[in-house]
Design a protein around this ligand. Structure first.
Ligand SMILES: [Zn+2]
Ligand SMILES: [Zn+2]
Ligand SMILES: [Zn+2]
Ligand SMILES: [Zn+2]
Ligand SMILES: [Zn+2]
Length: 248
């Protein structure tokens, strides 16, 4: 990326230039231009561009997600706050939430693709492609695989079922019923909400409990002790004197 003194600066009139990124006018004097391009605001806008899919080429600002060239008085911030861009972000967030899809390389404009971490593959970044990908049966089952150890779900001897340790319940061994259980089963969802609420910012880890079929305890990293992994014991622990007085 070219980042010289005149990066983002275009001629405007005899006496002033315009910063395309910030959408401001600057007196046409090297000192003023330098002051502006070294300024905080200007640098923030360059960062915003590289986090949101905007590029600057041939004196023009281009937004890749929206596939539009920014014209006239538009600035980086004004475009990002505008309806068209916000709609794209909302639609994309909706599609990729919980799907293990990484969009950073696309937004930094290094790539035209997003990376699906569970399928270990790249997908061309259009809303339509991604929608197809996340609904694909292979992707759904890869997501299901990934979610098992995060949700206390284990295989059982007969291959037809899975066991949810959290609910002590058997479920059908298909991606669909697994995802339904994780997303919609009241008991399952509430267990996670309660426990996550209790351990938030408490340095208590339940990863081993969820990952290992026979592990019965959560671990408090602050106190270096094991705690039975249920809401009542965890609640007692986080309110206990020992835990409260422990400095980490
Ligand atoms: Zn600027
Ligand atoms: Zn845009
Ligand atoms: Zn995938
Ligand atoms: Zn469950
Ligand atoms: Zn503790």
């Amino acid at each position: 990326m070219k980042t010289g003194l005149l990066y983002g600066i275009v001629a405007n009139s005899k006496t002033r230039v315009r910063c395309v990124f910030c959408g401001v006018y600057i007196p046409k004097a090297n000192k003023c231009i330098e002051e502006h391009t070294n300024g905080m605001k200007h640098k923030e806008n360059i960062d915003l561009m590289s986090e949101n899919g905007l590029t600057y080429y041939n004196d023009e600002l281009y937004c890749k997600p929206c596939d539009v060239y920014l014209t006239g008085e538009d600035s980086v911030a004004a475009h990002l706050e505008g309806e068209q861009h916000a709609n794209w972000v909302a639609a994309m967030d909706d599609l990729i939430e919980g799907e293990f899809i990484n969009i950073d390389a696309y937004l930094s404009t290094e790539s035209e693709e997003v990376f699906c971490e569970v399928c270990n593959m790249k997908v061309n970044c259009t809303l339509q492609n991604i929608e197809e990908h996340v609904n694909d049966i292979l992707h759904r089952s890869n997501v299901a695989e990934k979610l098992k150890p995060l949700n206390g779900i284990f295989p059982v001897e007969n291959d037809d079922e899975l066991w949810c340790k959290v609910c002590d319940e058997y479920i059908e061994n298909t991606a669909r019923s697994l995802l339904e259980h994780i997303d919609d089963d009241k008991q399952h969802v509430e267990w996670f909400m309660d426990i996550e609420d209790l351990i938030e910012d408490q340095e208590i880890s339940i990863q081993d409990y969820l990952k290992n079929e026979h592990e019965k305890k959560a671990f408090c990293n602050k106190c270096q002790v094991e705690i039975p992994c249920n809401a009542r014991s965890l609640e007692e622990h986080v309110h206990s004197e020992a835990h409260l007085n422990q400095f980490s």
